[in-house]
Design a protein around this ligand. Structure first.
Ligand SMILES: Nc1ncnc2c1ncn2[C@@H]1O[C@H](COP(=O)(O)OP(=O)(O)OP(=O)(O)O)[C@@H](O)[C@H]1O
Length: 440
């Protein structure tokens, strides 16, 4: 009797789950995935593995395709090809991952080539194939696109120079951490989400003890939103050249300070000597490199050299760059390619020209490049991002509206260290004080 009651109870729970499944999937997708989606998908994977791998050519026969039968050579498809050995699929946040042991002669590219077929057969949203050990691949599947309507990431404990700007595809927060990756390149076509990402970044940095600088050659239209929190905003090229010159001088002063104190970076200085970290945001970098006249050429050369120097020296001196642009190609000059090499952090939104995607991700991974080129017009804010380890992932920034960005900048305006250098009219010809621009 007790056994019958138990069975009845189990049946009722199973029925209840089945009936509640559609609404649970909508309202609590992660709960649905753990209770129903994941077991169902594991069952599907295990049951169809042999047939699927036979169809896509990953299963290989033990016997050769030719055999001697009664003195004659017979050709044919040997029966029962053996599929690559499959591990037990492991539950992941909104997906699963499974290890596959390849047959001798097989390489990860063989599995990558059939990723679409696996995605279709397993009825998942997308698949990623990575190989961490020779002869093995890990296939990671996502049940749905977590970036379609991203939940806000949990805010992590505030840490200097660290900003949670969105959500990664695997459900972890998207963190821009300047202490780990000192400089970033952000590219994307118009309305792909660059300014929104910068707004998310500034909103997170605004309450921190960080000096923010802006260079926005679209007349300051984008970065003026945060003007209250910026120590200086250069809105034309002459101002930009001047500001970059001042920042290089600041970096050199910091270098002297470190040398005198026997420190290899400002982080090794005693707290009372340590300078405020600086983050310089450049919007529409191509404008900095465009030349029309010979005078322009000299200015562009100076800007290019100073940006490169900041990128090369900055990491240890607490000077960080975020370089954003719609079009960042090698056609802008050799300075851009050299700069790119120093910007280890990469963010590539939807791009309209392959050259820009190539510039952002081409030196890292061709799969990342292909993934960036698949971002659609409707996926505003979605980007491929990679840090200094070269691993890439899809991510989406938090949607920060201009009003929210302006409010945050106003709220923390008192934290913006003053920078008298740029405030001086450019045509006075007065030399700045020796103390100017140097933070104490
Ligand atoms: N993460 C996001 N989530 C939802 N919507 C977004 C996101 N990012 C951007 N958008 C939408 O896309 C629009 C354009 O974004 P944004 O202004 O950041 O693009 P942009 O690349 O800076 O464009 P431009 O180069 O023309 O200035 C925004 O107004 C917003 O509606």
């Amino acid at each position: 009797m007790a056994v019958q009651l138990l069975w009845l109870g189990l049946l009722a729970v199973a029925l209840g789950l089945l009936i509640a499944a559609p609404s649970m999937r909508q309202s609590y997708p992660y709960v649905w995935w753990c209770l129903l989606g994941y077991p169902q998908t594991v069952f599907r994977i295990l049951v169809t593995w042999r047939r699927l791998t036979t169809n896509v050519g990953l299963a290989v026969p033990r016997r050769p395709a030719r055999a001697m039968v009664g003195g004659m050579v017979v050709r044919g498809d040997p029966l029962k090809p053996v599929p690559p050995r499959l591990g037990m699929p492991k539950l992941r946040h909104g997906g699963l991952s499974v290890a596959v042991r390849l047959h001798p002669g097989q390489v990860p590219e063989h599995v990558m080539a059939v990723a679409d077929a696996l995605t279709h057969a397993w009825r998942v949203h997308s698949l990623r194939v990575v190989s961490d050990a020779r002869g093995f691949v890990t296939v990671t599947a996502l049940a749905w696109d977590p970036l379609a309507a991203p939940a806000l990431p949990h805010s992590l404990g505030a840490q200097l120079l660290r900003a949670v700007v969105g959500l990664l595809e695997d459900g972890r927060p998207w963190v821009v951490d300047f202490r780990k990756v000192p400089h970033w390149l952000v590219v994307g076509a118009t309305r792909s989400g660059k300014s929104t990402l910068i707004a998310a970044l500034v909103r997170q940095l605004a309450p921190q003890r960080v000096a923010l600088f802006g260079i926005d050659l679209k007349g300051g239209m984008e970065l003026s939103l945060f003007e209250d929190r910026l120590s200086a905003l250069a809105s034309d090229r002459t101002q930009a050249a001047r500001l970059l010159g001042e920042l290089v001088a600041e970096a050199q002063a910091r270098m002297e300070l470190c040398r005198a104190a026997g420190a290899r970076s400002i982080w090794e200085l005693p707290a009372k000597l340590r300078k405020v970290p600086i983050v310089v945001i450049v919007d529409e970098v191509a404008e900095l490199y465009l030349t029309a006249t010979r005078d322009d050429k000299a200015e562009v050369g100076e800007i290019s050299t100073n940006l490169l120097r900041l990128a090369q020296l900055g990491a240890a001196l607490g000077v960080h760059l975020v370089i954003a642009g719609q079009r960042v190609g090698s056609d802008l000059g050799p300075g851009v390619t050299a700069l790119r090499a120093q910007l280890a952090g990469r963010v590539c939104h939807r791009v309209s020209d392959p050259g820009t995607a190539e510039m952002a991700l081409g030196d890292l991974d061709k799969d990342a490049l292909a993934a960036a080129q698949r971002i659609t017009l409707a996926e505003q804010g979605v980007a491929i991002t990679a840090g200094d380890d070269g691993r890439w992932t899809r991510a989406r920034s938090v949607h920060v509206t201009p009003a929210q960005a302006r409010r945050a900048a106003r709220k923390y305006a008192h934290l913006a260290p003053s920078w008298p250098g740029l405030a001086e009219p450019a045509d006075t010809g007065t030399e700045p004080d020796s103390e100017e621009g140097v933070y104490l």
